[in-house]
Design a protein. Structure first.
Ligand SMILES: *Cc1c(COP(=O)(O)O)cnc(C)c1O
Length: 360
């Protein structure tokens, strides 16, 4: 028994396991030069202009940040073509997803999510004493929107849809989501989690333009962590009806979108062209990795994020372990598959060679 009377929901929770770091793998396996392809981070530093803005902001950290992030909000609003009051800024998009649960989920309420999906969802739902209702993906790794709609019942408060989905990498089109919305009651929030939007084919549509406004119960979440290379600073945003934004804002931990994070995100929005160059190079690398793996006989869904999902089932743990012993850290989902982040060309070469070695 530990000290204090911890909530049973918390003591039952497995500790959050972030993707293993390269240093940790090096220590565990007694190796050097490990690479981390486990957390879908951008392998590139942000553009110099963004780094400079963060450095310049550092002198001001004796003050709290602007809790309302007014400048960042208005910049996002201009860029996205929506009103400022339709935007919430949070401590990563994870922060906003947690705010959705804190603001809307009472004990016993249900949150429906395709599964497997983002591992933070069950944690946020559990912490509010809600119940996550998982809806299995199809055999070809797709989100089964008909089954998700069928799982929505009188206790459902929210639906979580990650598109592209993590870890399977497939995306939903806004046309598919719009059709799905016709089956969902107006008082159920549908969260469209677009953490990887910048890596997906524009033909899937833009949920902010195509869905928010048309469906007041849609909440789109996005992040500066992945494509923008600001994972270490944690800033995300949500676009939704102003009444939803008001409730989300009420439960934002004070000043949790910190000063450096706001400065970095603002500068990133001023450096979109430079960031696009980095994203494009990652997309070229994704194509190269996909082609090489398929040529070698691997079968997997077409990735729409900055990662590849290899559904190798029962071989998952052994392959992930063998890769790690050789200094390539990927993210295993035991019994299901491994998720491999697209890195620099050198890192990807190393992954491809090592994967061929351990699976050949
Ligand atoms: C990485 C990720 C996020 C959020 O990351 P933040 O750093 O908290 O913005 C959200 N959803 C999915 C599906 C992700 O993979």
């Amino acid at each position: 028994m530990g000290v204090g009377r911890v909530r049973s929901i918390v003591s039952d929770l497995a500790p959050y396991r972030p993707g293993k770091g390269a240093k940790q793998a090096e220590a565990e396996h007694g190796i050097a030069d490990a690479i981390k392809l486990a957390s879908n981070e951008n392998p590139y530093s942000p553009p110099p202009s963004v780094q400079k803005a963060i450095q310049d902001a550092a002198a001001g950290v004796n003050r709290y940040s602007d809790h309302g992030a007014a400048e960042l909000r208005s910049k996002l609003a201009n860029w996205l073509g929506v009103d400022s009051d339709c935007i919430a800024v949070g401590c990563g998009s994870s922060g906003l997803l947690q705010q959705v649960c804190v603001a809307y989920i009472d004990p016993g309420d249900e949150v429906v999510s395709p599964w497997r999906s983002f591992e933070a969802y069950p944690i946020f739902v559990a912490l509010t004493n809600g119940k996550l209702v998982p809806v299995p993906l199809t055999d070809d790794h797709r989100i089964d929107l008909d089954a998700v709609a069928a799982a929505v019942g009188p206790k459902t408060k929210a639906v979580m849809l990650a598109t592209p989905n993590n870890p399977t990498g497939l995306a939903l089109s806004t046309a598919e989501i719009a059709e799905f919305m016709s089956k969902i009651p107006d008082d159920v929030l549908v969260v469209v989690d677009e953490a990887y939007r910048e890596f997906s084919d524009p033909a899937f549509g833009d949920p902010v333009k195509d869905l928010v406004g048309r469906f007041p119960n849609i909440v789109v979440t996005r992040t500066f962590s992945k494509a923008y290379g600001l994972a270490g600073l944690r800033t995300g945003y949500a676009v939704a009806d102003p009444t939803v934004i008001d409730e989300l804002d009420k439960v934002l931990l004070a000043f949790s979108v910190n000063l450096l994070a706001q400065a970095g995100a603002i500068a990133a929005l001023d450096s979109l062209d430079e960031i696009q160059v980095l994203v494009d190079s990652l997309l070229d690398e994704r194509t190269r990795v996909v082609d090489a793996l398929r040529t070698a006989g691997a079968e997997f869904p077409d990735p729409q994020g900055n990662f590849v999902w290899l559904p190798i089932g029962g071989r998952t743990d052994a392959v992930a372990h063998a890769l790690e012993q050789r200094g390539v850290v990927v993210r295993p989902f035991s019994g299901e598959g491994i998720r491999v982040t697209i890195g620099t060309p050198e890192e990807n070469d190393r992954f491809l060679a090592t994967y061929a070695d351990v699976t050949g």
